[in-house]
Design a protein around this ligand. Structure first.
Ligand code: BGC
Ligand code: BGC
Length: 774
């Protein structure tokens, strides 16, 4: 029954696309018909919910409806009027009078805030907020509370902090993405955090972008699979009646700014967009994600918040999304204040609502409400348009059970930061560390007596967790728990009797006399969003000088990179013996790195982004052949050096070393020719020829050898991680489905399949097969 219903809904979506495609639209865009039809289509089979919505829509005034479409921050309930939680300080204390006024005047349906608070305080804050709201709300409509728990419950004082997404992706095991989602909902949902602004589904294809660490890396399929696992985790949790909605953000195309800076314009071709940027959103929607947050930016000259095509045609009609579309921070206002596509806020409001926005994160001003009311009263925006969004918002609240159980609970406080959750965070951190270089097996340092640990990232906690940890920028060291270990503290604990010494830049030669190895902890300080924009992609000069100085001592040097994105260091790669890319491993980062260095943990992470060799080598692993053939013939010495030795990268996506030795056998294909929809089974046996157990993620790539449109040199299509005991073998399988793995979008974005040879690759094995359409 349910199945038929969904089939029917899918079919009607296809029909709709069909009509739009052939110009004989079933309705005129922006007409009352359109909204009525959409409302009909979006009705779920839960009659109780739909009837409740019908009743409320009947009863609500225009002002009340507009209030539901508004999300404000603590400016409207916090005691001192500033946005303390945002910029670093404590989230504000609730000012009852201010909140009542806000609710009486604007009937606000949603609030958000950030900043660190103890779990119990969060509970009390949201409880009070909701009680006051329920007293004020004429129709007893609960508010929905939003927050950015983007890597675990990073705004709860005792909460479990996971590695950032860039690290979770490096584990190549979706279990960790799933667990991050589950833990987040278990800890935060009971406290009244109903709506989490994660996962980040922007594909991290621009390494300079300061939000790279928030992504699941550069590959669309890794991002999609990790994202879907997270969504599945977070939205499946029920703590008594308490649930949490996830957010697919930032829809769509935020992560590839031409300048590399945050919130700057994007130019991209439609097929590339379809192929590289859309998949994670597509899968999250299939997974039933309840909300999306829109991208603040502009794509090919159109701000997303003003684009009917992107937020209605693509999102609703093509991807089949039926939940709530929320703006990002102040983005309606930015249509006139930054994009200059309208003259003023009222026109911006008109444009955004007509494009398909359901809720505006205004969030520090509130003129949105007045403008929207006027626009409806003037007849420029039909009431049906408002009803469409309000229905979605009420449905979200009903599905979360908020009408029946509006108040949070302190019943589950002991779940927050529980041992079980910490164990998962620790394991995720350990599996996310990537070993990139290990000359003469310098690592592990199993019998070192003295290790000199230097560098700016050895002695603070915040560098391990990065932005969005306790505060927005994540850089307030005083907010970090004392039990969390810095790298040096963790090394001391891990290395037991060995001495962990230190020295300042300029003194390494002397300090290193007795040492067995020097660990240079380099990288970045925490940042979030535009605060992390770069002037220079290299590591800072002092750090380059420190690596140089360490190398000059003649002792083995291990470079540990703790950073939200790769930062280049050029030929210094030759001067160091070991390189560990730690990314932003979170609360257990110090321990995880130390255990990899000591050998207690056998590294099994692989790069989720490509680490370029030099500033001018910004490239993802799935580049086009032409991008490299030019480099290969160039006379430039630098280029030849680079190509010959490193292939322009310090660590390509999907690479990473282990202390075990894994040997890949030949790929075994179930056939060498497939036709139409036939599938092909590829298997490979990997043998651990070493004497220590290790985990190996097998990553399958496919190359379309000759095609009408140019294809990348390879594309990741499947991955699987398994533990292989010493001396044992494991078999890995990948079933190739032509439509899914061999097709690609033509100029119009339609997936096409072509006859021809394909190469399938994993490890150092490859095989060819032929595909024919019929
Ligand atoms: C908020 C962040 C937000 C940023 C937008 C800060 O004040 O806390 O959550 O992303 O402003 O600029
Ligand atoms: C960020 C979002 C975040 C929002 C709310 C914005 O500035 O871009 O990712 O969810 O603020 O804090």
């Amino acid at each position: 029954m349910k199945c038929n219903y969904h089939l029917f809904r899918r079919l009607s979506v296809y029909l709709l696309i069909f009509f739009v495609w052939f110009g004989t639209e079933a309705f005129a865009q922006g007409s009352v018909d359109e909204y009525v039809q959409r409302m009909e289509q979006e009705r779920t089979d839960n009659e109780a919910i739909e009837q409740k919505i019908d009743e409320l829509i009947q009863e609500m005034t225009l002002e009340e409806k507009v209030g539901q479409m508004t999300q404000v921050n603590e400016t409207f309930f916090g005691s001192d009027g500033n946005t303390g939680g945002a910029t670093g300080g404590q989230a504000n204390v609730l000012d009852e009078e201010k909140l009542r006024t806000t609710l009486q005047k604007y009937h606000i349906g949603s609030f958000l805030t950030g900043g660190i608070r103890p779990a119990e305080e969060w509970y009390r804050l949201v409880d009070k907020l909701q009680h006051i709201n329920m007293e004020e709300s004429r129709l007893d409509i609960p508010v929905i509370f939003g927050i950015d728990h983007v890597h675990g419950t990073n705004y709860i004082k005792e909460g479990t902090i996971f590695p950032q997404q860039i690290n979770v992706a490096a584990t190549f095991d979706t279990t960790f993405a799933y667990q991050t989602g589950v833990v987040t909902a278990r800890e935060a949902a009971p406290l009244g955090h109903h709506w989490n602004f994660a996962p980040i589904l922007d594909v991290g294809r621009e390494a300079r972008w300061p939000r790279l660490y928030e992504t699941y890396g550069e590959d669309p399929i890794v991002s999609a699979k990790m994202g879907a696992a997270y969504v599945n985790g977070i939205q499946s949790v029920e703590m008594g009646p308490h649930k949490m909605a996830a957010t697919a953000k930032h829809y769509l195309g935020y992560s590839i700014p031409e300048s590399g800076w945050d919130r700057t314009p994007v130019e991209i071709s439609f097929p590339t967009f379809q192929e590289r940027i859309v998949p994670p959103f597509d899968l999250a929607i299939d997974e039933g994600i309840k909300t999306v947050m829109l991208n603040s930016g502009e794509i090919n000259g159109t701000p997303v918040h003003a684009s009917y095509r992107i937020i209605t045609t693509m999102l609703r009609d093509q991807l089949g999304f039926e939940g709530v579309a929320l703006t990002d921070w102040m983005d309606i206002i930015k249509l006139h204040s930054e994009h200059y596509v309208t003259e003023n806020e009222k026109e911006s409001t008109y444009k955004a609502i007509m494009a398909g926005v359901d809720m505006s994160m205004t969030p520090t001003t509130i003129d949105f409400c007045g403008h929207l009311v006027e626009l409806v009263e003037e007849g420029r925006i039909p009431m049906e348009r408002i009803n469409l969004s309000v229905r979605r918002i009420l449905r979200l609240k009903l599905q979360l059970g908020l009408f029946e159980h509006p108040y949070p609970t302190d019943e589950y406080l002991d779940v927050v930061g529980s041992e079980e959750h910490h164990t998962q965070s620790k394991q995720a951190a350990e599996e996310s560390i990537v070993l990139l270089k290990n000359k003469n097996d310098i690592l592990p340092l199993d019998d070192a007596k003295n290790v000199l640990v230097v560098g700016p990232n050895a002695d603070s906690r915040n560098v391990l967790a990065g932005g969005w940890t306790y505060t927005w920028q994540g850089d307030d060291e005083s907010t970090y728990p004392r039990q969390m270990k810095t790298l040096r503290q963790a090394m001391k604990a891990e290395f037991g009797d060995a001495e962990i010494s230190t020295a300042k830049a300029g003194n390494l030669e002397k300090a290193a006399r007795e040492t067995d190895a020097i660990v240079v902890a380099a990288g970045e300080k925490p940042y979030a969003e535009g605060w992390g924009n770069l002037n220079d992609f290299d590591l800072p000069d002092e750090q380059l000088a420190l690596i140089e100085e360490a190398a000059a001592t003649g002792k083995p040097v291990i470079l540990v990179l703790i950073e939200g994105r790769p930062r280049t260091f050029g030929t210094l790669i030759d001067k160091v013996d070991g390189i560990v890319f730690a990314g932003l491993p979170g609360y257990y980062g110090g321990e995880a790195i130390s255990r990899v260095l000591s050998g207690r943990v056998n590294p099994s992470g692989k790069m989720s982004v490509t680490y370029p060799f030099r500033q001018a080598h910004m490239i993802t692993y799935d580049y086009k052949p032409m991008q490299y053939s030019y480099l290969n013939v160039t006379d430039s010495l630098a280029m030849r050096y680079t190509i010959g030795k490193y292939g322009n990268r310090i660590g390509e996506f999907g690479t990473g070393l282990s202390y075990s030795d894994f040997e890949y056998g030949q790929i075994d294909l179930s056939d060498t020719l497939i036709t139409g929809n036939e599938t092909l089974k590829a298997t490979v046996t990997v043998t651990n020829t070493s004497d220590r157990a290790g985990k190996e993620a097998v990553i399958w790539f496919v190359q379309d050898e000759v095609a009408e449109r140019t294809r990348p040199v390879k594309e990741m299509q499947h991955f699987e991680k398994q533990l292989i005991e010493a001396g044992q073998s494991k078999t890995y399988t990948f079933t190739i489905e032509p439509q899914k793995h061999l097709g690609y979008p033509d100029a119009n974005g339609n997936i096409i399949l072509e006859d021809g040879y394909f190469t399938i690759m994993t490890g150092n094995s490859s095989e060819r097969f032929y595909y024919e359409t019929e």
